[in-house]
Design a protein around this ligand. Structure first.
Ligand SMILES: [Zn+2]
Ligand SMILES: [Zn+2]
Length: 88
């Protein structure tokens, strides 16, 4: 139980628990998260590629609720037809 006194309305980052006066909130699926940096937001909220486990920061690809960072990873997992460009 470590309750710090809340001076100048500093709020705590949900990822690293850093107390900071310039945090921002992200609402995802009805839940509100507080972060001190985009890095922390990505760490907690960005989906992971099902194949290489990297964080998906761009649009990525989704197939049946599974996310991939790129079409290479999707294809390596046997998911076809997610290419945004068909090579003839
Ligand atoms: Zn943080
Ligand atoms: Zn990947």
């Amino acid at each position: 139980m470590e309750e710090k006194s809340r001076v100048n309305q500093a709020t705590r980052c949900d990822t690293c628990h850093n107390e900071y006066d310039k945090t921002f909130d992200v609402i995802m699926n009805g839940n509100t998260y507080t972060f001190d940096s985009f890095e922390c937001a990505i760490h907690l909220l960005a989906p992971r590629c099902d194949h290489c486990s990297c964080r998906i920061i761009g649009h990525g690809l989704e197939s049946n609720g599974v996310f991939y960072c790129c079409d290479h990873c999707a294809e390596a997992s046997g998911v076809m037809g997610l290419r945004d460009r068909i090579e003839a």
